[in-house]
Each structure stands twice: as C-alpha cells, then as structure tokens.
Design a protein around this ligand. Structure first.
Ligand code: AMP
Length: 559
C-alpha cells in the first residue's frame, strides 16, 4: 500500500500515486478530469457535494457553497455555517480530501490511507497544523506536509533524473525559481538542485493573492459595464447569486483571454442583459497592481536568495493555473529578465507529492528492515546505518516493491532541505519596551531547527510559567507584539519546593514539515513539564469531537 500525494489547492485539488513503473501518475475521478474544484456544497444537514457539481451550484445556492477554504486554514475562529451546522476550515477541507480518495479508489487505486499533502511554502505553523488536522479528519495517516514549490521542483528534478543530469552526483548545480500563482495563493521560491539535494534557499509569498483576485477585479468591471448599459436594473454585485454569476463569468472570460485577444461576456440579471466586450489589454490594465505584487514578492525572494550566495537563477518554473496568463511570462521577462517555462502547471504539485510520499515510504521500509534485522537502533536515522547494511536493505525493499534497486536508492538518496517560512519567537517582558517579541528563529533559516532557551523562576515555590509563542507576520521581524500572531499561549505547571531562579529549559523544534513542537524540562526536578496550550490554531478537543460526529453523519452525494 503506497503513499498518495495530494495537492489540496485553493481552487482545484488533485491526487497522485506512483505507478508500477515508478512514475507519478495523477488519478482521474468520476468526472473524468484530473483535478477537482475545491468547492463543497452543503446540500442538507446530512449530505454534501464536492467538486464541479458544487461549483456549478454556487450560482443557485451561494449560501451553502464553500469555496476558497484554503485561505481560512489556520484561522481558528473561522466557521462556515450551513443548515444550522458550523464547519471549521479543516473540516471543510477534509470533505475535499475524502472525495479525492473516493475518486482515486474509483480509478482503481488501493484504499487511500497514508498521504502527503502539499501546502504553500508560505504557510506557517498554524496553517500546516490545520492541513494535518484536515487529513486526520478524513481518516488519513498524514505521512508529511510538503511545500508546493518543493513538490513542483521534485517533479521537475525527477523528470530530469530519468535521463539524468542535475541531481546525480557530480552533476550540474541548477538554481530554479518556482513562480507559483494558483487560484488563491502566490509563492515565489528559490530552490537549488544539486548532488541529489533539493534545497530551498528563500521563500516569499502571499496567501491572499491568486487567480480569484483577478476574477474579482474582472467581475467588478463587468458589473460596472452592466449597470452603465442598464441603469434601471439592480447591480448583480448587490446579491450573492448575482455576484457568484459574475465571478464565474469573469473567470471564464479570463481563461479565454489567455488564448484570445478579445472575448464577449453576456450578463443577464434582474430581467436585463448586457453583452460586454473585454480585451486582454483591458484585463491586464485592471489587474496590473496584482501582477505587480507578484513581481515585487519575486524580487524580494531573489534578494533573500542573493544573501545566501545565489546570484542569478538558471531556470524559472511557472506553476499554478494562473501562471498561464500571458502577462506572467511577459512581466517576468520585462521586469527580471527571466524566461519562465510553463511545466505541467496544474499537476506537477500532486506528482511531486506522490514522489515524496514514495520516498518516505521507501525510507520507512528500509529503516524497518534494518531495525528488524538488528542493524539499526530503533529510533535512529537512516543515515546512521552502515553503507553495506543500507545497500542490502535497499535491495530487499526494491525486490518487495518490484522496482529496480537503482530507483529505490535514488529515492532514498534524494535530500530535501527547506527553510522556515516565518520566524518565530516568544513574547517577553523587556525592561525598556514592555512586552516585546524576542525572535528565536528567523525567516529563511534552514530546517530542521532546534533552539533551547532557559527561563528562571522569579520566586520560590512559583507554581507556573506562562509562555507565549508568536510567529512573524510582516516581511520584517518586528519586536512589537501587535505585528506578530500568537501561535501558542501556554502554561507550564511547576512542582512545589524549588527556589527562585530554578531553571526551566524550553526546546523549540521545527521539523522539515514546518510544524513547531515545544517541550519543556525542569532542570532541578529533572522532569519534563507539560505545556498546556490555551490558544493557537488547534481546535479544542470539544470542537474536534463535535466535528468528527458531524463529519460521520454527512454523506457525499454524487454531483
Ligand atoms: P490552481 O490553484 O493551480 O489550480 O489554479 C487555479 C487558478 O488558475 C484559477 O484561478 C483559474 O482561474 C486559473 N487558471 C486556470 N487556467 C487558466 C487559464 N487558461 N488562463 C488563466 N487562468 C487560468
């Protein structure tokens, strides 16, 4: 049973696995399309529709259709309300995940259990946790969350590996900029491919920027044109069904203008009608500030990479459906002198996720094999095995997979290094400034990271220490608490009987998946302390129980 790769996108999602030849394959569901719109229609309190059927219904039943939920990931307070029920972002996302799994199984795959889910590189700890929660709600074992640009680079690097140059030992070093403009998020990432290593050097992005913003601008323009032609009719933007209709028409026009210079949009609303001609030039003019923002973020990303010694990139991969717009490649060339290549913009992320899942699975099996045979200590890293033992184990795992030894070795050899997408630190009392953020880890530092800090109690018999962990919000790390977002507000209980100044050692660990783990240790008492978390993106246990119950009671209705 393999690990499936899932691209849980803002507008579209896809699921992939590794086929019998060791190549990533995107699974096509009931609707015959490789991608499924990330849209959920809550048809009643007991059933829901996911995908194209839900998207089509958004015009007729907008109150019950939830789209762009990915933008809400990590917002613990957000809920979608329908039929007297409330749904958190992970719960809505889990319905999309389950639907993908059902599609995969329809396509003849095994039961989907273990998965890798991709997230924008710019997602911080909270959004990554929310994504894992969505997977757990769907009943999956989440083997990892992977940044989308890494997935795209992996799909690209693996493709090259077949004939292979870049990622083999001694091969050329290649620096790649991944420009990923999807439906709702934008990420710019500089990645280096060398010696079977994929290293993320810099990340920039905005998860409130994507194709949907283009659609909104166009919809506004269409409504203005409609109202000018029909002064007595109601503005379609004034009611939700009218707005949805305009947004869908806007998106259709946008797609047409990728290939054509001009298109006609028919808007019928409130008994009136308008035929509006829209040209590509007009579209580009009304969305130029959005385009500008992606260029500015790309420049900031290149500047951050330059600080790490990267002078220039060899290749620009354009991913995400919106990077199909001709303005993207043109502006990148005009502003940065870079020629972008559109490579499998919709599916490369799902393919890369499947490759990464396969790598994790092979690693897991090799480690298990080594441990069972007493060649590796339980809990040790694969790198601690002797080369001979490793080679023998790889041969056994390859035989059980029915795959060439060279392929398994290559998968295991690939290393993925990534960076922290947002710095984090603790709020501490500063004698001069009052409460201020003290940064422990800065953005773009290489993962994994482990930071230790010691805190002393201020009085004898102190029974607790409070800890507030914050995450950087803006481009630069600021010490002002209001510029950061609280990740964790926790309290550690301290056993009685210790003097003032007794040491509590707190360890902040962030693994490759970008998820933060905090542990604390009382040095004098020689015991670990439990950090009782009060706030943060994690839903309360009561919320989770209620949502699980609700999820069990809703059925997927075929579109
Ligand atoms: P993704 O999140 O990568 O699936 O990208 C979806 C976004 O890409 C949506 O905003 C789509 O409107 C946009 N998109 C897809 N195809 C095209 C196209 N041919 N021209 C312009 N935008 C497109």
């Amino acid at each position: 049973m393999g690990v499936f790769g899932i691209d849980l996108g803002t507008t579209n999602s896809a699921i992939a696995r590794i086929d019998a030849d060791g190549r990533p394959e995107v699974l096509v569901g009931l609707n015959g399309e490789p991608t499924v719109p990330s849209v959920v229609l809550f048809a009643s309190a007991h059933d829901h529709v996911v995908g194209e059927g839900a998207r089509r219904q958004s015009r007729l039943d907008p109150e019950h259709v939830c789209a762009l939920v990915k933008r809400r990931m990590g917002d613990a307070d957000w809920r979608f309300m329908a039929h007297g029920q409330t749904w958190s972002a992970p719960a809505v996302s889990s319905l999309i995940l389950k639907s993908l799994a059902a599609d995969a199984e329809f396509a003849g795959a095994d039961t989907v259990r273990r998965v890798v889910i991709t997230v924008p590189a710019y997602f911080g700890d909270e959004e990554r946790r929310a994504t894992i929660q969505a997977g757990t709600y769907a009943g999956f074992d989440v083997a990892g969350v992977l940044s989308e640009p890494i997935a795209a680079a992996l799909a690209y690097g693996f493709g090259r590996l077949d004939g292979s140059i870049a990622m083999d030992k001694g091969g050329a070093r290649e620096t790649v900029l991944v420009y990923d403009l999807g439906g709702g998020t934008f990420d710019a990432t500089v990645i280096e491919l060398a010696d079977r290593r994929i290293s993320v050097l810099a990340v920039e992005g905005d998860h409130q920027l994507g194709g949907a913003d283009w659609d909104e601008r166009i919809a506004l323009h269409l409504s203005q044109q409609f109202c000018a032609a029909n002064p007595d009719a109601e503005d379609p933007l004034d009611d939700s069904a009218g707005s949805q209709m305009l947004v869908l028409a806007a998106e259709r026009a946008k797609h047409e203008l990728t290939d054509a210079e001009s298109t006609e949009v028919v808007i019928a609303h409130d008994g009136a009608r308008a035929v509006i001609t829209l040209t590509r030039t007009e579209l580009e003019a009304m969305t130029s500030s959005l385009m500008r923002r992606t260029i500015d973020l790309t420049k900031a990303c290149l500047a951050a990479a330059e600080q790490r010694g990267v002078h220039g990139v060899d290749r620009v991969l354009l991913v995400g459906g919106s990077s199909r717009m001709p303005m993207v490649a043109r502006e990148l060339r005009a502003e940065l002198g870079l020629d972008g290549e559109l490579r499998d913009p919709d599916l490369s992320v799902a393919r890369g996720a499947a490759l990464y899942g396969e790598k994790l699975e092979m690693e897991r099996l090799v480690v298990a094999d080594l441990v069972t045979r007493g060649r590796l200590r339980d809990g040790a890293e694969i790198s601690e095995a002797s080369p001979t033992d490793l080679e023998q184990s790889i041969a056994r795992v390859a035989a059980s997979f029915g795959q060439p030894v060279s392929l398994v070795r290559r998968m295991i050899d690939i290393r993925v290094d990534t960076v922290v997408s947002r710095g984090f630190g603790v709020l501490a009392l500063d004698p001069y400034n009052g409460l201020a953020a003290s940064w422990l880890v800065h953005r773009n530092q290489t993962l994994p990271i482990r930071v230790r800090r010691s805190y002393g109690t201020v009085r004898a018999d102190q029974d607790q220490i409070e800890l507030t962990i914050v995450e950087q919000q803006g481009q630069a790390a600021s010490t002002r608490p209001e510029d950061s977002k609280v990740l964790v507000e926790g309290r550690m209980h301290i056993p009685p009987g210790y003097s003032a100044g007794s040491e509590v050692r707190v360890t902040f660990e962030m693994g490759f998946d970008g998820v933060l783990h905090v542990t604390a240790y009382h040095v004098d008492a020689d015991i670990p302390l439990n950090l009782a978390v009060q706030t943060g993106a994690t839903l309360s246990a009561a919320d989770v129980a209620r949502e699980l119950d609700q999820l069990q009671r809703t059925r997927r209705r075929p579109a």
